[in-house]
Design a binder for this molecule. Structure first.
Ligand code: PEP
Ligand code: MN
Length: 338
């Protein structure tokens, strides 16, 4: 249930709504907008509570039931777009943010070369996996702690924030102590204890869409992060599993406008994991920017042929530089910049 307060409602009036909700055993989250406060009332039994109990309180403008399963991620709770701040970089504003780097951190030389190349081409944030969620237990699992150290080194050397995936619930604190932003992988989108811990870390989180999950399930999973009291969440569409087998995962471009309509959270697109092949990455990236995505997450490797993970879908520095130039034109056409 969403209680919208009148413009200029007194603090005491907001507090009375909060107290009433608590007395009914409900959880409360406040959206202190610039001119209006919105109060989300959360609990499994809100359906049994008449809206009038809140509508009669002084200072209340309206009370609406949210019929969708997600509450805090919804536009009904927060009509204005959320801007996520990652160590000085804003995601969800007019600038399209490009996050780029290798799938996995492999060696110091590989990461530094990737960082230098993507920074030079205009990427705002460096990516690189230290802990890798691999489908097979026999595949390279990442450099783990050593990978985190190298990411921190690259951040200091190139002055770029870094994002890396956290795979295990118990590693959240460790990863958050090195990275500017946490990534939740597609395979972990519904790992609810991991989400809760990541939400507690107070780091911004980029949350990939589960490749077999609906947009509604994705936004509802985002509520697990938001329920911890921070709104610094970015959604990342990375392709979904369909009957189509000519591409690794079908890119659901329509997720961009659908998320924009239903949620206040920024959405970025990862063309690399959808494409599965470097030749398909530029077209998907351009389509995403044209569709209104707030950013891109692109795999770039200094020498894709030698990559330990996802080499086939990784762009070389020169291909990435060319793509960035092409993206600038698309961004301008939709009133944004890179
Ligand atoms: C990745 O970003 O390297 C990754 C493993 O992506 P996803 O979780 O989308 O498969
Ligand atoms: Mn990858």
């Amino acid at each position: 249930m969403i209680v919208e307060m009148r413009t200029g409602a007194a603090k005491k009036e907001v507090n009375d709504v909060v107290q009433k909700a608590k007395s009914l055993g409900l959880d409360v989250q406040l959206n202190l907008g610039t001119d209006k406060t919105v109060v989300a009332l959360l609990g499994s039994n809100t359906g049994q509570i008449p809206t009038d109990i809140f509508a009669v309180l002084p200072g209340v403008e309206s009370v609406t039931r949210i019929m969708k399963p997600y509450k805090l991620a919804s536009r009904a709770f927060k009509p204005k777009d959320t801007v996520v701040r990652c160590s000085g970089v804003e995601i969800g504003g007019p600038r399209i943010i490009v996050i780029a780097g290798p799938c996995a951190v492999e060696t110091e030389k590989q990461l530094m070369e990737a960082a230098e190349a993507v920074k030079k081409a205009g990427a705002a944030i460096l990516r690189g996996g230290a802990f890798k969620p691999r489908t097979s237990p026999f595949s390279f699992q990442g450099l783990q702690n050593k990978g985190l150290e190298l990411l921190a080194k690259a951040r200091n050397e190139y002055g770029m924030p870094v994002v890396t995936e956290v795979v295990n619930t118990e590693d959240v604190e460790l990863v958050a102590s090195y990275a500017d932003m946490l990534q939740i992988g597609s395979r972990n989108m519904q790992n609810f204890s991991l989400l809760t811990n990541a939400g507690k870390s107070k780091r911004p989180v980029v949350m990939k869409r589960g490749f077999s999950c609906t947009i509604t399930e994705w936004l509802t999973a985002a509520d697990y992060l938001l329920a911890e009291g921070d709104d610094q969440v970015i959604l990342c569409e990375r392709g979904i599993r369909t009957f189509e087998d000519s591409i690794r995962f079908s890119m659901d471009i329509s997720a961009v406008p659908v998320v924009k309509k239903n949620s206040h959270l920024p959405i970025i697109v990862d063309p690399s994991h959808s494409a599965g092949h470097y030749s398909l990455v530029p077209a998907i990236a351009k389509a995403a920017v044209a569709a209104g995505a707030d950013g891109l997450l692109i795999e770039v490797h200094p020498n894709p042929k030698e990559a330990l993970v996802d080499g086939l879908q990784s762009l070389s520095p020169s291909d990435f530089t060319r793509l960035m130039e092409e993206l600038k034109v698309i961004a301008k056409a939709v009133g944004r910049y890179i």
